[in-house]
Design a protein around this ligand. Structure first.
Ligand SMILES: C[S@@+](CC[C@H](N)C(=O)[O-])C[C@H]1O[C@@H](n2cnc3c(N)ncnc32)[C@H](O)[C@@H]1O
Length: 379
């Protein structure tokens, strides 16, 4: 099949799934060739590997173009420097850049609610694919995009230029007021943040939209659509679905030595560690212990607090009951159990029942409304 035929087939699938409703964005989806943004190849996760091995897929490989037009995220960089072109064999690593899956990119552009003539700021140019869709829909003159990594930025710039798009591309930290300084109708972020950078709220007028994913070191995420309500103020609701993005580099977990599980106080675990595999329960746990990292999964996992070194880890007694051992100034699992209790008493509601409010002094997430149970984000 030709590129155009594959692109049309993908657009048809996204229309059928309800991810592509607006005709203007449909035209953009049918016109932007995704392969131009992954011309150096991509890294495909090999199923059943743990930690995940990534296999390099290059343009000369069989099935390349079909892979490009799958509705999958195409990872283009590992560990901040490894790319498919440099790799002869599968490798481990942490994904640091990608072309986000088309259904998500298009859904988010539609959720942002921008129309012709409006100006947008995108944080996280990545490959430039989502930037190109915005240029096709809104006109290059209305699109600004910021990328942290100079090599990613250079490749995205070349791909965009090659297709005749000319957005304002900036290289630097898109969380930094000096880099994002501008005047836009809406802001969209394709990297996640632990809290909303105040600089973002200054980019759009009162009534303007900021669409971003709140993430964290437990691997929980929530896509929030905020309306700016004043200087340093915003409020909004989390959206349905399971949107996750790699975390903005300045919000990454700080480097640490290899983790060693240390002795502490052991008790029966009321909340089961495997509950953390559930999207909403992991989200609640992360709200309760926002500076904790989560390693492992299922019955055997470790929570480790980055700021205090506190730990919680799990074992099983001879009767098969799950035990938790906690150590350090923060009893991490107690906090998680308390938060899950609060969430359950509030009706075990899905993430779309959560909202978020920002004031110049604090940011907090709530269930139901601002009077409901609340957790502060680590600003
Ligand atoms: C998921 S990718 C973006 C996907 C992209 N929109 C696309 O469609 O190809 C996330 C990107 O955000 C970038 N990034 C991370 N932290 C950033 C920051 N503080 N400012 C700007 N970009 C950042 C990463 O380098 C990465 O390229």
């Amino acid at each position: 099949m030709t590129s155009q035929a594959l692109r049309d087939a993908l657009a048809d699938r996204l229309k059928a799934s309800g991810d592509l409703d607006e005709p203007e964005w449909e035209r953009a989806a049918r016109s932007v060739p995704r392969e131009a943004f992954v011309s150096g190849g991509f890294l495909r996760p090999l199923p059943g590997t743990a930690p995940t091995l990534y296999e390099p897929i290059r343009p000369a490989d069989d099935g390349w173009l079909e892979g490009v037009y799958s509705d999958d995220t195409l990872i283009t960089q590992l560990d901040g420097h490894l790319r498919a072109v440099n790799l002869a064999a599968p490798r481990h690593g942490d994904p640091t850049s990608s072309s986000t899956l088309p259904s998500l990119v298009l859904r988010m552009w539609q959720q942002l609610g921008v129309t012709s003539g409006q100006r947008v700021l995108e944080i996280g140019t990545g490959t430039g694919y989502s930037t190109a869709l915005a240029c096709a829909r809104l006109g290059s003159e209305n699109v600004t995009s910021v990328e942290y990594d100079p090599e990613n930025a250079e490749q995205a710039a070349a791909a965009l230029k090659g297709l005749g798009y000319s957005p304002d591309l900036r290289v630097g930290d898109g969380l930094d007021a000096a880099v994002v300084d501008g005047d836009y109708d809406a802001l969209i972020a394709t990297c996640s943040v632990r809290y909303i950078p105040y600089a973002w709220l200054d980019q759009v007028p009162v009534g303007g939209t900021v669409l971003a994913t709140i993430g964290g070191w437990m691997g929980a995420y929530g896509l929030v659509k905020l309306t700016v309500t004043g200087r340093g103020q915003a409020t909004g609701q989390f959206l349905p679905g399971t949107t996750s993005f790699m975390i903005a580099r300045p919000h990454s977990r700080p480097p640490r030595p290899p983790l060693v599980m240390l002795p502490g106080q052991t008790k029966l675990a009321e909340a089961q560690p495997a509950w953390m595999d559930d999207w909403t329960m992991r989200w609640v746990a992360q709200l309760a212990a926002p500076s904790a990292e989560r390693l492992g999964g299922g019955d055997y996992q470790v929570l480790s607090d980055v700021s205090t070194g506190s730990q919680a880890w799990f074992s099983t007694d001879e009767d098969g009951r799950r035990l938790v051992t906690q150590r350090g100034p923060i009893a991490l699992w107690d906090r998680v159990e308390d938060a899950l209790g609060v969430w359950k008493r509030a009706g075990s509601r899905p993430q779309s029942a959560f909202g978020m409010t920002i004031t110049p002094d604090a940011q907090w997430v709530w269930i139901g409304d601002e009077e409901g149970p609340t957790w502060r984000l680590p600003v």
